[in-house]
Structures are given as C-alpha cells and as structure tokens.
Design a protein around this ligand. Structure first.
Ligand code: SAH
Length: 382
C-alpha cells in the first residue's frame, strides 16, 4: 500500500477484502461500510469523504483524518481525431505513465500500464528504449481506470462507456503480479468497475511460471505477445524467449485454458516488414496455432491478432505493406486459424501499441552509467 508522506492511507487500490479488513481492524467499523465507500469511489468517482452522504458524520470525520482517495494526477490529456483519448499521469518525481481509451462500435477499451518503463527489452517496442524504473502500486494501476471512468462519466450497470480493460500499456504486468492481480480484482468486482472476466485482458511477453500463478488467482482473458513462429526469430525479437521458449509458452497457455473459465487465448503478432511477415512465417504460425487448437480440442482455442508495426523515433523496423498484411491474414484464415488485424488507432497522438513512452527516469540505465563512470576513474565522482 502506498503510504503518502502525511501517513494517510490511500483507499484506492485496496481490494474488497482488504478494505473490509481496514474498516474493521483499523477504524473499528462494520465491514459493510467499506462497500458504501467503494460505491462512492468506483461508481460515482467521489474522492472527497464529505460528499459520501450516506456515511455518518463521525465516520466521515475519521476517514478525512486517516484516509484519502487519491487517483494519479493528470499531467495532460489529449483527444485524438479518431476518438481515442490519451492521459499522461504523473507518478512521482520525473516519472509519468500513459493510459489510452479506444472507443469502437459499442465498446470502449482502456489500455492500462503496469510499470514505469519496462525491463524486457523487446526490440520493436518504444517502452523498451526507456528501460525500467519501478512497478506501479495497485492504486496507480486501478487509478488509471478511475481517471478514465471519471472523465467518461462511466456508470456501471447503466450507461457504460468503458467496457473493456487491457493490460497492454507500458510494462510487463506479470512482473508486477500482486499489484496487478489486486487492481484486476477491483476492475471485476461489482462494487468496483464491474467488468466481466472476459472483458479484462492481461497481455504478457510470456513469463511462463507467472501464467500458471495467474490461473490460480484470477479469471481474466490472456493475450500472449508471440510475434514470431519459431524460437530463433522470437529470441531475437523478444529476448525473454531465451528463458521461456515457445513450446513451454504454448504448454502454459494450454494449462491456462484448462484451469480457468477462459476458453481462448489471443496471440499477438506485430507485423514488421521483411522480419516476420513472409509466407513461410504465416505457414509456420498457422501450424503452431493448429497444433495448439488440436491439443486444446477446440478449433477456436487460439485467436491471432495481427498488429501492423507502429513506428517510433530511432527504430530500425518498418510496418509491413498493406498487401503483405492482407496476404498474411488470408494464409492464416485459409488454414482455419481465427485471425484479426488490429487497426491502428490513436497514432496521431502516439497512443498506438508500442508507442507509449510516458516519461521514465531510468534507474537501471542511470545506475549502469554511474557504475561505468565509477570504474572509469576519478572524474566519476564529479
Ligand atoms: N508487456 C506486455 C504488455 C505490453 S505490450 C506484453 O508484452 O504483452 C502490448 C502489445 O503491443 C504487445 O503485444 C506488444 O508486443 C505490442 N507492441 C509493442 N511494440 C509495438 C509496436 N511498435 N508496434 C505494434 N505493436 C507493438
């Protein structure tokens, strides 16, 4: 739990049972009082205890003294011409993360970040160029949904503009496991944002042991960033593949289907010109997906999401041509593999997949630089 300097407890980010415990043990109140406060926070976006009018005056006073409801500060927000909306949210000194809302025919998807920066170093992702700074707290993860829901005037069970959350922003969510699981439980809880399990998706670069851990703790949809159909190419694009190669990853996905209520896995595949977009790649990918479906005994157990590469300054990759994208999709469809092309949204505000950068004070890199300078001699101390 993030304890601010004045010692107040931020109630955002405590899941239902933690909040009930807090009310009972710390405030000496009935557990159901926590439910009233959750409704004020997550259904009506009220942050001021004085406005929580169904609580007694004494309780309101106690809450004001000891607690706060503190969502991340909006540094700026930016609408895109296509309806996409991006927020830059301030975290702590010099750090900021990005959250993106993408409306689309009857649904609204919020793309949420899990870390400040990312340490996985996927070669085609702009977040990777910034290195890793720190994990977000549960309050900072759920706070992103809070900020968007407040802006949209989202009311669960009535007019719902925010219908889906994808953990596909900055960072690797499975490397911030506890906080992400807590935040996802608030996304799903009826007293929280009330989203169905299939409408909350966690996307991972493929941390095999944590996929099993997730299956034991949450019923959410799983997306796996595959990007290559064989280990040789995948290791070049996603260095984590060296530790958890494709066969292991696919086996973990199968176990995920078997031990959750989720019935299909989305495999994300970013198409880069001349790198992974050739007919032989499509052939190999189709074979891998069909094998997976056979093992799952369900022809729809795998869904492929093709993402045309989104460029960013300094990258050596290029987006595949439209003809190649279409041909790649057709080859998969012809092989009986469910395949969608994710159309780029929000790229006029750098809000598309792989373009999120936020503002990262990179500790890993700063420390490495500091060490290098130390080893380099006396001027290092300057
Ligand atoms: N770390 C998690 C979630 C963040 S990335 C993961 O790897 O899944 C969200 C998705 O965007 C991933 O599939 C990622 O591989 C993809 N992506 C990253 N950079 C991209 C780029 N430049 N263009 C298109 N998609 C990209």
């Amino acid at each position: 739990m993030a304890a601010p300097k004045d010692g107040r407890v931020n109630l955002l980010g405590l899941d239902r049972s933690a909040l009930e415990d807090f009310f009972e043990r710390e405030l000496g109140e009935k557990r159901y009082r926590a439910h009233q406060v959750m409704k004020w926070m997550y259904h009506r976006h009220v942050t001021d205890f004085g406005g929580m009018t169904d609580l007694g005056k004494a309780l309101r006073g106690k809450l004001e003294e000891r607690c706060e409801v503190r969502p991340p500060a909006v540094v700026f927000d930016k609408p895109s011409a296509d309806g996409t909306h991006k927020w830059l949210l301030g975290m702590d000194a010099g750090n900021a993360i990005e959250t993106v809302f993408i409306p689309d025919k009857g649904r609204g998807t919020l793309c949420v970040s899990s870390q400040v920066g990312c340490g996985l170093n996927c070669q085609f992702c702009s977040t990777a160029t910034q290195g890793f700074n720190r994990n977000l707290s549960a309050a900072e993860v759920i706070g992103q949904v809070f900020v968007a829901a407040r802006h949209l005037g989202n009311v669960p069970h009535r007019e719902r503009k925010l219908t889906n959350v994808v953990m596909m922003g900055m960072g690797e969510p499975l490397l911030n496991f506890e906080n992400v699981v807590t935040a996802m439980s608030l996304m799903r809880d009826d007293l929280g944002f009330g989203l169905a399990g299939k409408r909350v998706t966690l996307s991972t670069a493929g941390l095999v042991p944590m996929i099993d851990a997730l299956a034991a703790r949450a019923d959410v949809a799983l997306a796996v960033s595959l990007h290559a159909p064989n280990d040789e190419l995948r290791t070049r694009l996603v260095p984590l593949n060296k530790k958890h190669p494709i066969a292991e990853l696919m086996a973990a996905c199968l176990r995920y289907l078997r031990s959750t209520k989720i019935d299909s896995i989305t495999f994300e595949y970013t198409l880069m010109r001349g790198v992974n977009d050739q007919p032989e790649h499509a052939r190999e990918l189709a074979a891998l997906m069909r094998q997976f479906c056979r093992q799952a005994q369900d022809a729809h157990a795998a869904k492929v999401n093709l993402i045309p590469f989104n460029p960013f300054p300094g990258t050596r990759f290029e987006r595949s041509g439209e003809a190649e994208i279409r041909a790649f999709q057709k080859q998969l469809l012809d092989a009986g593999v469910l395949t969608m092309v994710r159309r780029t949204r929000g790229d006029d505000i750098d809000a598309a997949c792989g373009q999120l950068k936020g503002q990262v004070m990179d500790r890993t890199r700063r420390q490495a630089e500091f060490r290098r300078r130390l080893e380099g001699g006396a001027d290092a101390a300057a």
